[in-house]
Design a protein around this ligand. Structure first.
Ligand code: SF4
Ligand code: SF4
Length: 315
């Protein structure tokens, strides 16, 4: 639910944001992938709460369904079978073990959102003081620039209305003090929600626990390249986030977006400024443009051409 006084950033807008609520606490969702059993209760709860109805998918021989995020599936479970170093267990002779890594995919609610940076439609993407990045479909023009700008490949354009959609972090629920629907539905408590500070403290505790149990590379995924995120993961293989269905190791806003906003825009503004100044300079040095007299056009004494032109204009 859009509440303009909670907005700290709007796409394609340079006006300063209201600061009356700069005391708002930043929130975060913490997903501990080491506790996830892949039941998809969160996926169902998301569709239920947000009133989304995606197509019934087909079996592709894997548990992923749907196979990708869509405009009607804002979160999907990603299943990856990978070989990892042996941790615990009895078979210490083996060099590798087969691991099934499950990750809940969806918008990361970046502190520096590439989608918002790239969007050319004023107010189509907003960021609230609590860190949630939300799409205002009324202002979306369906250009898809948000997809180019997102380092996590999250937004999807709907074929029905050509608008862009993604997880809202249940901003409507959070606004009234409720936790997101996926958090509420998770049976293993693998998804938690609270202030970012509290979630970081919990994540740290869990990482220490995992390290004690042999997962030496366990860590918190809160990538600095996008200023940190308001959806964080606890990963047992934090040194290789790519194992979790291609989670980027060091996500950053694409240089193309940086070029569009950082170089092209100031250059275009400068060209505009120079053109306006040149026009003004011409005006004060040469004066306003004046219509030439008939004498200047036809020369002194050229009555024949002057008369024929007057005849042309006579009704
Ligand atoms: S994950 Fe992508 S869509 Fe979500 S806030 Fe970050 S840039 Fe935007
Ligand atoms: S926070 Fe809400 S919108 Fe986002 S994945 Fe969870 S249920 Fe869906």
């Amino acid at each position: 639910m859009i509440n303009s006084q909670n907005i700290v950033a709007r796409s394609a807008t340079t006006l300063p944001a209201p600061q009356a609520r700069d005391n708002v606490v930043e929130v975060a969702k913490l997903i501990d992938v080491s506790k996830c059993i892949g039941c998809k209760a969160c996926q169902v709860a998301c569709m239920e709460w947000n009133d989304l109805r995606d197509d019934v998918g087909e079996c592709h021989g894997v548990y992923d369904n749907p196979m990708d995020l869509t405009a009607e599936s804002w979160t999907v479970m990603r299943f990856s079978e990978v070989e990892t170093e042996v941790v615990g267990g009895n078979d210490v002779s083996a060099e590798k073990q087969l691991s099934w890594l499950i990750r809940k995919d969806g918008c990361m609610h970046c502190a520096e959102p590439g989608c918002l940076e790239a969007c050319p439609a004023p107010g189509a993407i907003v960021q609230y003081a609590n860190g949630i990045v939300d799409f205002d479909s009324n202002n979306c023009i369906g250009c898809g620039y948000c997809i180019t700008g997102c380092p996590f490949n999250i937004p999807r354009i709907s074929e029905k209305d050509s608008k862009s959609y993604k997880c809202t972090l249940c901003s409507d629920r959070v606004n009234v003090g409720l936790e997101p629907a996926c958090v509420k539905a998770c049976p293993t408590n693998c998804i938690e929600f609270g202030s970012k500070q509290d979630m970081l403290a919990r994540a740290e505790k869990r990482v220490n626990d995992l390290k004690e149990r042999g997962y030496e590379q366990a860590g918190i995924y809160d990538p600095a390249g996008v200023g940190g995120t308001h959806v964080m993961y606890v990963l047992h293989h934090h040194d290789e986030p790519g194992l979790y269905h291609g989670l980027p190791k060091d996500p950053r806003i694409s240089p193309v977006v940086g070029a569009w906003k950082g170089i092209t825009k100031p250059i275009m503004s400068a060209i505009l400024g120079i053109t306006a100044f040149a026009g003004f300079f011409h005006y004060i040095t040469k004066g306003p443009k004046e219509e030439p007299t008939d004498e200047e056009v036809f020369g002194e004494g050229d009555d024949h051409h002057r008369d024929s032109r007057e005849e042309e204009h006579r009704p």
